[in-house]
Design a protein around this ligand. Structure first.
Ligand code: TYC
Length: 101
């Protein structure tokens, strides 16, 4: 008789590879007006007034606040655009990015 073992081997694991997400972080400073921070958050991150106000206030009180998470290139583009929007008005407002754990 054949001794070929036809039992299934250990089941293969299928794991979908998802791109790592990156956080966009709003950094507090002493010079940018609160209202301007809110305007930038609404314009670049599609937030409404109360969402934007809460994020601005958290950064103001704690030093930084996570604005949102995106795929890396989108996070970097939005952080750059938002920071440039502030530079064009002469404000030191800064958005940075960092990979999510
Ligand atoms: N700290 C600023 C002020 O008192 C307001 C501000 C909030 C600036 C959040 C940057 O990320 C920021 N005018």
């Amino acid at each position: 008789m054949s001794d070929t073992d036809l039992r299934p081997r250990i089941k293969a694991r299928t794991r979908t590879q998802r791109p790592q997400l990156h956080k966009v972080i709003l950094v507090n400073d002493d010079y940018t007006p609160r209202e301007f921070v809110v305007v930038v958050l609404k314009a670049e991150f599609r937030m409404n007034e109360s969402q934007a106000y809460r994020v601005m206030l958290t950064a103001h009180q704690r030093g930084v606040c996570v604005v949102a998470v995106f795929a890396r290139d989108i996070a970097e583009t939005k952080a750059t655009r938002a920071t440039d929007m502030a530079r064009s008005q002469g404000y030191p407002l800064l958005f940075t990015t960092e990979p999510e754990e």
